[in-house]
Design a protein around this ligand. Sequence first.
Ligand code: FAD
Length: 465
Amino acid sequence: MPHASAVRRSGDQRIGPDQQTFRHRSCRTGTSCEVSAWLTFPGIAEGSAFYFTYFVGTVAVTVAIIGAGPYGLSIAAHLRSLGVQYRIFGVPIDTWARHVPAGMLLKSDGFASSLSDPDGKGTLANYCSDQGLPYHDTDLPVKVDVFVDYARDFQQRFVPDLEERQVVSLDKEGDVFTLVLDDGETLTADLVVNAVGITHFGRMPDELKHLPESLATHSAAHHDLSGYAGKNVHVIGGGASAVDIAVLLSESGAETSLIVRSGQLKFASPPSGRPRSRWDEIKAPSSGLGPGWRSWLCQNRPGLFRYLPGSFRTKVVRRHLGPASGWPMKARMEAGVKVSVGTRIEQASEVDGRVRLVLRSDDGSHREVVTDHVIAATGYWPDVERLSFVSERVRRGVRTHAGLAMLSGTFETSVDGLYIVGPAAADSFGPLMRFMVGAEYVAPLVARRLARRARKEPARGVTTA
Ligand SMILES: Cc1cc2nc3c(=O)[nH]c(=O)nc-3n(C[C@H](O)[C@H](O)[C@H](O)COP(=O)(O)OP(=O)(O)OC[C@H]3O[C@@H](n4cnc5c(N)ncnc54)[C@H](O)[C@@H]3O)c2cc1C
């Protein structure tokens, strides 16, 4: 007689207090998988039919994916087609929908702005064709709202089982990971893929850190810029994200200045409008990271990157494809943004609810400005220590270089069973990881590896509480 407990049978696998685990050995794929077994008996209460539900057991899922950006969703799509049981958590495409400026144009070409699915059918090109939207592989910049709609459509088609919940804690004891979700659910998993992208890793200049958020923010905090209309705003940074946000602020009616440390701003060249010749391809082969042999190598041989010397790796990750802004932004920037190159912040302080900045130019001169708000578009550095939801013991277990995780050839950290993908994998796999086109390489490789491990390793038992 199974132990009777008044438990709810629900799709989200919440179970009663008398839970047990068992191993399910007849799964189609042979992978360890989560199976809830329930016995249901009809009964009568106060004249209406109801059911006693008896919980018998649950077995383990194996893979938990944290993050529903291009990398997490692509891996889930591949796992699904391999028949591996997984759970994936996160708000779909949240970085793109809420943490980049509205109206932005993607820096990556159309052909390099897709998520990865096993048959290669869920591309941006196919989506635009189905929806009757304008598209070109290289000559038409992709609008961020089109990309967000496309990526959400991808999620619904290829990863319909996404759970829109945040993981608030990740720990590991023995062989098993424990995850806590923002609604209090706790689950355990054998293998974890950390696909949290960039949002934990915004870099704020030391000179601005002491200012309150009402006066100084990181660019990741911004999407709709219309609230700055009529205000004076200083943007700090010389990369694509600084130029984008400065242009969009100015077009939203803010009086905008851009403070750039280096001596010049770089913009990508506009497309020539003629097809690339064979000679063009020899000189600078095409790649998802733009034309050029270095970018080609980054895209086509990412597995070699981790064998390079550490200091060289860091330099490449920091600099390759760092600062250049998209070509369409140049004219728009010149139309409305005041730019100071060769200038850095020396001091920042609060004065009467505004910010006083002391700026120093490369020629040694100083000047002061007072502004309503400062936005630091100073990039991201995916230091493992910044993953505040990951327990200290797990973070300490991850071997790092320059703060970034050092990974095996299949993206596993030195913590057995913990995988890291996306920008946080850049120290091992190079600049490709900073772009979504890297998911084409990562998703099939990691999914195959997880499927092999799931088949080989006995399920240790996943329980939910
Ligand atoms: C302004 C800007 C412009 C860019 N333009 C381009 C471009 O044109 N082309 C390009 O290829 N790349 C571009 N990038 C880089 C881009 O961010 C990455 O290519 C891409 O987002 C990486 O995908 P991801 O899945 O690793 O990360 P993300 O897209 O950042 O997705 C990670 C997701 O994980 C979620 N998450 C984080 N923590 C948790 C948690 N604890 N629980 C649950 N979910 C969590 C986040 O909310 C997020 O939705 C740009 C970046 C910026 C900042």
